[in-house]
Design a protein around this ligand. Sequence first.
Ligand code: SAH
Length: 264
Amino acid sequence: MTQRPRFPVTLDLHAGKPVATKNIASNGHATRTSGPNGTKTATAPVTRGLGLDSQAVRARMVQKLAAQGIADAAVLQAMGTVERHCFVDSALVNQAYEDTSLPIGLGQTISKPNVVARMIELLRHGHEGKLGRVLEIGTGCGYQAAVLSLLASEVYSIERLRGLHDKARDNLRAFRLANVHLLFGDGMAGYAKGAPYAGIIAAAGGEALPQAWADQLAMGGRLVAPMVTATGRQALVVLDKTPQGLKQSVLEAVHFVPLKSGIA
Ligand code: SAH
């Protein structure tokens, strides 16, 4: 099942709910609605609970990401554009731009910004323009799908928990991201209809990488996922599909929620 969010705008928090007050301009930067004298109107991006213009808070987050070693300018720009506070519960809005993972319900978490940026940087591995089709396993609240939508031609994002699939659809609705396709199902089987993928990114880690993911990767494509390694701990794994075969590299330790089979 495919759900397409409708409105092409980024979001502001207004009375705790996203409202469409900003548009992503053709350069990818958010533009703002302001009053006749440049004063902020009731719909200007002053976020309840955040207390500051969220654009400035995101700019600081991006500076930190760069200082932590994220070097891909396109990734930094996307991280600076997507309003992470619109994806977390109103009680957690003050922490939305801190480098921390946050609960999103049903025992799941939104990854910390540094991990999202790192994984997408790995996924792009120096691509000049946008990636082609990308598959995300574990939609969660939809935040990473929104970031990916700015960096890939099409994003297929699959979630096994109905409650989170619905939440992501609600969160993304006002963003008008026509290239994000939300799917409800078991991502361990990938999503064959969208294959082959230039990139596959998983936000949940299992004992092994499902064969379907490797099968659905395009030649030259890359998969980035957490996986339990020989040490019994999770690490980031990168799998490249090359004419010479699959090449796997194990990178730094990470802590993701478990990859589970079936739907719930
Ligand atoms: N990218 C998400 C992170 C969500 S956490 C975000 O930005 O919020 C990881 C998600 O993976 C959880 O919602 C969990 O339910 C989901 N998940 C775990 N196993 C899965 C599977 N086999 N198929 C699809 N989703 C899965």
